[in-house]
Design a protein around this ligand. Structure first.
Ligand SMILES: Nc1ncnc2c1ncn2[C@@H]1O[C@H](COP(=O)(O)OP(=O)(O)OP(=O)(O)O)[C@@H](O)[C@H]1O
Length: 309
């Protein structure tokens, strides 16, 4: 698989001495969607700003499509589109011009067909003659994406693309991201919404206190770190777990009518068959059995709280 973006030992210490990036290394594959998760202040925006040339790194290197972001800034930047967190648009400018100027900034000639395509894709075509100030917050976010796409970037950064947008727009954004991926664009998004990473990312990176704690295929991450629980519901209530079941490390629920058993999805033997036999031998009758898998959210909380083994 081709690497489109390569980050090596990237460090950023701000003027006040604060170390926002502490040696981040990461290779991003062409055409993938990578979600960067991290709590407030983890360094996500600093990382993106550094790659996009808005912030100067203290040390380390970044190449985009083989172009070094410092030595070969223009070529590297030309490949990148950035959708920033903050909405910074000229309120009196028309949508069409806003997107057109953005293309011009990268030295590209005017291409009405291309701008029309982008505006249509983002459901902005009907608003093309409107001034930015006449648009809703969600529409302004779409304009930010249109602007970032105007110069046909190969790598698109979305910094908190769905912060504060409603559920419908969030789903629309996900659909847009899917379409861009299908067109071969590599997408890196930062998010607080774990469900967002769960829904659209191919890989997930977790960043905390300026360090990349892990980067992994989403499905592998969920399978590797995921614990499963089985809840054995009983026909009667019991005051405590019978001695004959003590070795299973069960938890009795608050009502005393269900036994909760946690097991590792990767273990060779889950121990479920033995457990159910032992439950029957203890004279307990099953009413129902349910399983549940830990979510990406639980995995994330475990990681950033430093509880991961
Ligand atoms: N110009 C600056 N000078 C000093 N410290 C800064 C500067 N910009 C950011 N920081 C600090 O660097 C840390 C990382 O900030 P950054 O904005 O990269 O985090 P983030 O992960 O994007 O957070 P959020 O999710 O809140 O947007 C924070 O502690 C922040 O206060």
């Amino acid at each position: 698989m081709t690497t489109i973006l390569s980050i090596k030992d990237l460090r950023k210490t701000y003027d006040d001495g604060f170390e926002a990036l502490k040696g981040v290394s990461l290779d991003i594959r062409q055409g993938e969607i990578l979600a960067l998760l991290g709590p407030n202040g983890a360094g996500k925006t600093t990382l993106i700003s550094t790659i996009c040339g808005i912030t100067t790194p203290t040390s380390g290197t970044v190449t985009v499509g083989g172009h070094d972001i410092q030595a070969d800034f223009r070529a590297a930047r030309r490949m990148i589109g950035l959708v920033p967190q903050e909405i910074a648009l000229e309120p009196f400018e028309k949508v069409w011009n806003t997107v057109r100027f953005s293309r011009g900034l990268f030295g590209l000639g005017h291409d009405s067909a291309r701008i029309e395509e982008i505006l249509r894709k983002l459901s902005l075509w009907d608003k093309r003659k409107n001034a930015i100030k006449e648009l809703s917050g969600g529409m302004k976010r779409r304009v930010l994406i249109a602007k970032a796409l105007a110069h046909e970037p190969r790598v698109l950064f979305l910094d908190e693309p769905t912060a504060g947008v409603d559920v419908e727009l969030r789903k629309d954004m996900w659909a847009i991201v899917d379409e861009l991926k299908a067109a071969g664009v590599t997408i890196i998004l930062t998010t607080h919404y774990i469900e967002e990473a769960e829904a659209i990312a191919d890989r997930v990176g977790v960043i905390d206190k300026g360090e990349l704690l892990l980067v992994q295929d989403k499905k592998t991450l969920m399978a590797q770190m995921g614990k499963k629980q089985i809840e054995v519901m009983l026909t009667c209530t019991i005051p405590s777990i019978p001695d004959s079941l003590a070795h299973h490390n069960l938890v009795l629920n608050g009502q005393g009518d269900a036994l909760i058993y946690t097991y590792d999805t990767n273990a060779e033997r889950t121990g479920i068959t033995t457990l159910l036999n032992d439950v029957a031998e203890a004279g307990l009758i099953l009413r129902d059995v349910q399983t549940r898998q830990s979510s990406l959210e639980e995995i994330f909380v475990t990681l950033v709280s430093g509880d991961a083994a």
